[in-house]
Design a protein. Sequence first.
Lengths: 306, 281
Amino acid sequence: MIRYFFTRLAGAIPTLLIIITATFFLMRAAPGGPFDQEQTLPPEIVANLQSAYGLDQPIWTQYGRYLKSLLHGDFGPSFKYKDFTVTELIGQGFPVTLQLGVIAMVLALSLGIPLGTFAALHHNSAADYATMSLAVVGIAIPSFVVLPFLGLLFGVYLHWLPVAGWEPGSLRHLALPVIALALPPLAYIARLTRGSMLEVLRSHFIRTAFAKGLPLHTVILRHALRPALMPVASYLVPAVASIMTGSLVVETIAGLPGIGRYLVQGALNRDYTLVLGMVIIYSTLLIGMGLLVDLLYAWLDPRVRH
Amino acid sequence: MDGLADEAARRLRSNPAAVAAVAVLCAIVVLTWLGPWISPNNSQTLDWLHIAARPGMQSSHWFGTDRLGRDLFMRTLAGTRVSIAIGLAASVISLLVGVSYGAIAGYIGGRTDHLMMRLIEILSGLPLIFFVIFLTVIFGRSEYLLFFAIGAVGWLTMARIVRGQTLSVRQREFIEAAIASGAGTGRIILRHVVPNVIGPVIVYATLTVPQIILFESFLSFLGLGIQEPGASLGTLIAEGAGEMEAAPWMLLVPGSFLAVLLLCLNIFGDGLRDALDVKDA
């Protein structure tokens, strides 16, 4: 098991390298550069800037240099946010984004799984239909529509929660963005859990468990839940990707100082190092999540242990 | 096949949620077409006397106007039209690419299949938003590119579903009969494999449309999609979210249109899945 994990970990490195390389050259292939402005700069200044950032070197030299500084844990200087390194920018924003994402994910799992189980246990009842109708609404309506609507209702009309803004450690400011972000994966997880739970509940070992006279909650928690969570486990990677994508807009709408805005802005500004840094952070998170899911599989279903 | 289609249509008709969703979708489509005839306004004219006017029946601006005095009813309809058009066009692209890719991989099998599926695995491991952002940044922001960029990333799941179906169809006797009678690989894939995987394809294609509409609005919301003075529901929602406190209708009108549109498409797709009894879409 441990050996398998390390093989997978080693396999992740070439994947990451391919992503970094592709992003590096794609960004350079884009027309325009980081120092393009409304008014054109004198050529001497441009040349100075280029050499200060090493952009006058051949592209392979630049690539080699970038990889070397990456190995030292240095993401390089930002081209647009002068006086900031990419490490500083990401280091400042990432805790906010991480906090937002983790709370949303925990919320989605801790409400989605019980809701799905509840619907499966009351199969074809009014409660089942109600839960699944809500799930369709949650899946269909994107977070960038939900969040302004929530802001309008709870912020502008009811004055319960702040519409936007950020204070360190203030959960009130995180409440609406977290709900908006958690809703789509929550609904999807509820639907997945319901579907697989219905199948598991029909299987023989569950019938045996009931026949032994075990109470309902024991059957569900001890026997049914683990196999029923397999599809949820495979959904975790797409869920993380969806929360990441969602946080790009949610942070902008809610005015949170996370790293979401850097990806699109950085790409538009041709801030090469910032975009690379963002892509590396996001890909590492996703690949890491994939590894975690593999471990989770082995725990959920002993038959897949390697 | 006809009997099967009739049976599916009958089951779809007995699903009240799906029927209601289809009715609402038809109403929205008809409204976007008829809009220019029922309203005296158009989506571009600036009405300087009614800047950020409230919705109401007193003036001709039933849904109010935006910061530049443009009629919100007409702008929302124009945006809905753009969103639906992109949703359909990009779905067709992802349908064509996904079905051919999946059918070829599944039918040829072996090492080709392995390689083709490995590529899909790598691509689907990344947030698709990366690709689209890079494509729009490199090639500039154009509406045609938007169709392609979104269509090009939407085919992955489709290809996977079609491949799975093809693998099971390949084992059947009529494929063997076709091979025995001398049909070529291309002909077998087109005439024998594809028609037999059509059920899941229809269901998944229906569910692709709302995903693509959502994705397009998301890109437009970020400023990477449709550009001013054009409008899509995403750009309108982005504008509205900025004016939320002063002019909430600017958010509520396009937001509700998008929400209802996506909801109905999803309900219709789910209904179709139940009617055609497809498991893995």
